[in-house]
Design a binder for this molecule. Structure first.
Ligand code: GUE
Length: 286
């Protein structure tokens, strides 16, 4: 058997086409969705992700603005900039690209962004809203993963989902969203003993570890759905995931590739959240 590939790039193209129409309709009503991204320093990977976000905004007609600050910027100057954007009625979504330099407290930065403009879904208020099943901005990577599963009608309710990774931006929120979808969820992490005993019984396996190719077919149940959140840059410059694609593809029913898997979906869900923010802030949500 060879697994069906869930191509996040193609799914993103389809979703962006729909969003473009939505944005055009909003513009007729005088609403111009606008995302502002703050980039601190000039780390090449961060810059390339930010460029990807800007390009995607352009494709859907969403306005985007990048504010570049030097890596030496003080925490208080960064917080001031965020307050200014919180108060700017033309800005609907604010994203501060992570990671930040060590002298800046990331949690403080996240908590300074108005929850109403927090299109990353990282603010504790929005995390709490997600945990209680309220309407909110869902974190983009977890939201993208659920959207990929839905696009293939993969059943989640009643299934055993195993998440490897417990970060605040991927592992924990994806586990919560899967619970919201009525899955039975196990979260594994670097301290988990005998990882395989869990992964081998997973109907849905989400891998967010950050080590190239560590999950091979021996970790995977026959017919499982495998979602690879890894983004590992190899020495030859190629991007690869946490999953050994070739061996796992032989055993799984569905698999996401890297690149062209979860990554593009993360950006696409950011656009969705920005449109939602524009509607909300302009009071046009039903
Ligand atoms: N506040 C904040 N929000 C984020 O959402 C955020 C962040 N900080 N910091 C960094 C991570 C990483 N991230 C990615 C988005 C798209 C791709 C993506 O499109 N990847 C392409 C390949 C890109 C390439 O070749 O470099 C793919 O997988 O096909 C990857 C990674 C968002 N992040």
């Amino acid at each position: 058997m060879s697994a069906e590939i869930i191509n996040g790039k193609n799914l993103s193209l389809a979703l962006k086409e729909e969003m473009k129409k939505e944005v055009d309709a909003l513009k007729i009503d005088g609403i111009h969705p606008q995302l502002t991204v703050i980039l601190v320093g000039d780390h090449p990977a961060s810059r390339s992700y930010v460029n990807g976000k800007e390009k995607a905004c352009g494709e859907t007609g969403i306005g985007s603005h990048i504010i570049e600050l030097p890596k030496t910027v003080s925490e208080s100057d960064l917080l001031k900039e965020i307050h200014r954007l919180n108060d700017d009625a033309n800005v609907h979504g604010i994203l501060v690209q992570l990671p930040l330099p060590f002298h800046i407290n990331e949690q403080k930065v996240i908590e300074t962004i108005s929850p109403e403009k927090d299109v990353d879904g990282f603010h504790p208020i929005n995390i709490g809203r997600m945990m209680t099943g309220m309407d909110t901005y869902l974190s983009c990577t977890p939201y993208g993963i659920i959207t990929m599963l839905r696009s293939k009608n993969i059943s989640i309710a009643g299934k055993h989902a195993v998440v490897i990774g417990r970060s605040n931006i991927v592992g924990k929120p994806v586990a919560q969203l899967l619970i919201n979808e009525n899955a039975t969820v196990t979260t594994c992490h670097s301290k988990t003993e005998n990882l395989k005993q869990f992964t081998r019984i997973a109907d849905i396996l989400v891998v967010a570890v950050g080590k190239a190719n560590i999950i091979d077919a021996s970790y995977v149940k026959e017919g499982a759905t495998v979602i690879d959140v890894g983004m590992n840059r190899l020495e030859n410059g190629k991007l690869t995931g946490d999953v050994d694609f070739d061996s796992v593809q032989e055993k799984a029913s569905f698999i996401t590739p890297v690149p062209r898997g979860v990554g593009p979906m993360t950006i696409t869900m950011l656009l969705k959240n920005t449109i939602k923010a524009a509607r909300r802030l302009e009071n046009r949500e039903g």
